[in-house]
Design a protein around this ligand. Structure first.
Ligand code: PLP
Length: 407
């Protein structure tokens, strides 16, 4: 059984800063709730009983450890580095999001909060939150933009089956960023009995740290597994970056291994030039330091600081900001960030299907696209570890439409 470890690294500092990024940019009324949450989180992580229960659920419910698969045919096809896949697609509910949802739901119950609120865009975090809440007997309310509700019906139905209430959000662009605003508003209003279950390594302190720690099980397992399977550490770790939780969950265990390159892949959408993307680090015209949803990081904004609309074929990467620890790792030159376009991700999706018998999530396909670019130029005895953050069943409609296929 894998027992997660609290971070031994000095970031974030007491105030939740990763260098100049992170912090708490919230209304004064939320500060006591964030302080209560931070204290409860540290107490829980210092309690062997809490960690034991989490580890037990990870094993018996989520199905951890997820395996690492050697991608033999893909490696041969590319003719360079040996490629290993960390299989978060095999976790319960089909992606890494359950790691965080389960950790936070256990914390909610420990804090005596019976009511959970969450936000969701495509519905994946809503489903993970509803799942963990059902398991632990918590009441779950999920805020979701009405535009997203219309285009993500299967996940709306899943959440309802799992006993959650899905609350349509009609403000703004009626998508994820408006749903986050509403979830925060609910939390401010009902803070005494309510826990805000945030879905990525974002938001005000302590969320980026807490989500990272709950997701760090990915890297802790993978580090041990790759040494067992390949006899040594990888030369590079690659992961897609939406809010950044699966990537930071993989990177965290390797950050002190100086010879391991850490590579995050953002959504290049229809290309950087036209601005229709979510590559916050790659487009100096739109991606600049700024504040969104309680944290300071890189934010897609126009010259007046207005948040701009992002685009990606994968809903999970389609967000205007990125976790503050990624902005920090980039500034420190510890991690490197690049992007894959919609077209490159769709091609990588098909390649992985045909060469490995694995249908990846479109988000994860962005990481695979980077591996396809990078592996051929690397020596045959080098190793790339790529995080397959989720499975692609949820994306079949999108892929059919994009490829013009009819099943
Ligand atoms: C939500 C999601 C992502 C993006 O979120 P991160 O916080 O950046 O990990 C990536 N992959 C899958 C499968 C997802 O569901």
């Amino acid at each position: 059984m894998t027992v997660i470890q609290t971070s031994t690294t000095p970031v974030p500092d007491e105030r939740g800063y990763f260098g100049e990024f992170g912090g708490r940019f919230v209304p004064e009324t939320l500060i006591p709730a964030l302080d209560e949450l931070t204290a409860a989180y540290h107490a829980a992580m210092a309690d062997p009983a809490f960690r034991q229960e989490l580890a037990q659920l990870q094993a018996s419910y989520t199905g951890r450890p997820t395996p690492i698969s050697y991608a033999k045919r893909l490696s041969e096809h590319l003719g360079g580095a040996q490629i290993y896949l960390k299989r978060e697609d095999l976790a319960h509910t089909g992606a890494h999001k359950i790691n965080n949802a389960l950790g936070q739901a256990l914390l909610a119950r420990r804090m005596g909060k019976r009511r959970v609120v969450a936000e969701t865009g495509a519905g994946q975090h809503g489903v993970a939150s509803a799942t963990a809440s059902a398991l632990l007997g918590l009441e779950c309310h999920v805020y979701m933009g009405s535009v997203d509700i219309a285009r993500q019906q299967p996940n709306v139905f899943r959440m309802k089956l799992l006993g959650a209430e899905v609350i349509p959000v009609e403000s703004g662009s009626k998508t994820l960023k408006d749903a986050i605003n509403e979830a925060i508003r609910d939390w401010v209003t009902n803070v005494r009995d309510t826990f805000y279950l945030l879905g990525s390594a974002l938001g005000p302190h302590p969320y980026p740290m807490m989500v990272r720690d709950f997701q760090s099980v990915i890297g802790l397992e993978a580090r041990r597994q790759i040494v067992e399977m390949a006899g040594r550490l990888p030369d590079a770790c690659v992961a897609c970056v939406g809010g950044g939780s699966n990537a930071i969950g993989l990177f965290h265990a390797f950050r002190d291994d100086e010879n391991v390159d850490l590579i995050g892949v953002e959504a290049g959408g229809r290309g950087i030039e036209g601005g229709e993307h979510a590559a916050r680090f790659a487009d100096p015209n739109l991606g600049r330091p700024g504040v969104l949803h309680g944290t300071r990081s890189f934010v897609m904004q126009d010259a007046d600081g207005q948040i701009v609309n992002t685009h990606s074929v994968s809903a999970g990467l389609d967000y205007a900001s990125v976790g503050p620890e990624h902005a920090y790792l980039r500034a420190q030159e510890r991690a490197y960030y690049t992007y894959a376009t919609d077209e490159e991700a769709l091609a990588a999706f098909q390649t992985l299907c045909q060469l490995e018998g694995i249908i990846p999530a479109l988000e994860s396909s962005h990481a695979v696209a980077e591996v396809i670019k990078r592996a051929p130029g690397m020596p045959k005895d080098s190793i790339i570890l790529v995080n397959l953050s989720g499975r692609g069943d949820k994306d079949l409609d999108t892929v059919m439409r994009e490829l013009g296929l009819n099943g």
